[in-house]
Every structure is written in structure tokens, then in C-alpha cells.
Design a protein around this ligand. Sequence first.
Ligand code: CA
Length: 246
Amino acid sequence: MDVQLANQAVKLYPTDMAKRRILIVEDEKPIRDMVYFALDSDGFEIIEAVDGREATEILAQNNPDLILMDWMLPDVSGLELVRRIKRDEVTSEIPVIMLTAKTEERDKVEGLDSGADDYITKPFSVKELSARIRAVLRRSESTLEGSKLSYGRLVLDLDAHHVLVGDIQIEVGPTEFRLLEFFMTHPDKVYSRSQLLDYVWGRSKFVEERTVDVHILRLRKLLKPHNCHTMVQTVRGYGYRFVADK
Ligand code: CA
């Protein structure tokens, strides 16, 4: 990856979410280990806390970009901890994803009321966790920056759902828009068709892999008159990659 290029092209989002620091507050070691291996290989930096006391100490030193919070901790409830985090001016903006074995609707409502940004119910897959983290980080960052993503002349207005090249507005379909949003938040990294299906279409949908090709073609066709189609590259035998325009 061309680091220099990426740095100058992306103002709103770093080149990927790789250097983000995630605090996991969880007393069960197997879950901490699983999260560590999953996210470390994704390039996140992981900080671990086994209980509320340790989490509070860590938060007093430096803020992570996101917190994964277990519901049932030995010394304090995760819910109570989230309330404290959201009340404190210094930490209130940190997004929190609750990890819980509880599946009852009532508990979810209570968790979201406490200020948690999302939920993940144990047992969860590594892929699901990673996708949720990226979605929460993306949401928290896009609101900070007026919801615009840009690479060179290509601008994605997430509020207005517009794609702009310079001053020209391009009409794109909802799937092409989501695809472009995913690419622009995950530049310079190759994704397989099945990964794109998971991230862009969602795991619950049954869509054939060639659907990805169809939408990539459409996206390229829309970008071609503006000379931006080369940003969406085919990586033979693997999938697709979005690269920053010069
Ligand atoms: Ca626990």
C-alpha cells in the first residue's frame, strides 16, 4: 500500500481501521483470547481488562476508539460501567458494543438505554464481531466529520446519499452506494466476493457471489465517464480492491 498517497487522500478516515485501539472488558479468558486473535489479525490494537476496576484504571489513562463491554463482570455490571462511561465528559463519545449471553428483548432495551451503541450476543462469530466493530466505528466517525467521505475528486455524501466527482453528481443505485461506502472506508485492501457479500449485503441475505460482479460492473460503468472507474480494481483469483485516485 502506498502510505503517503493514502495519507493525503483520506482526511476523514485513516487508511483502514487498522490502528484503532479497542478495549475489551471481559472476565472470561477464552472470550478475551478469541477477540484478541480475531482483532489482532485484523490489525486492531487490543487492550484487555478483566473487571470494572481495571477498565476504569485504563480509561483514566487513555481513551480507546471503541469498547467491547461484557454484561456480567465480577465487580460491577457492564451496564453500570457503560452508564458511567457515557456520563463522563471525557469518555462519553467512545462507542460501546455490549457482549452478552442474554438474549431477552428486555435486556437489550435496557442495554441500549444505558448508552451502548450496539449489541452482540454470545456466542458470536469473529466475522460478525469484526463487521459490527467496523460499522460502529464508521458511524461514530462519519457523524464527527459531517458524513462525507472523499478520495481525491470522488466524494460520498452519506447524509444526502449522493456521489460526487468534483462538482458533478452521479446517480447510483442503493447497492452501488453501499458498495462504494464500504470500499471508501476500507481502501487498499483486497476483499473476496464472499466477504463483500457479508459486509455490504449482510450475512442474513442469500445472494450468489456473481451478484457482486454485477454490481461492481455497474459501479465501474457509472464511474467511467468521470475517469474514476480504475479505483475499483479486480484482483484476479481473489476479489476486489478500492485504491485511492492520484
Ligand atoms: Ca462475564
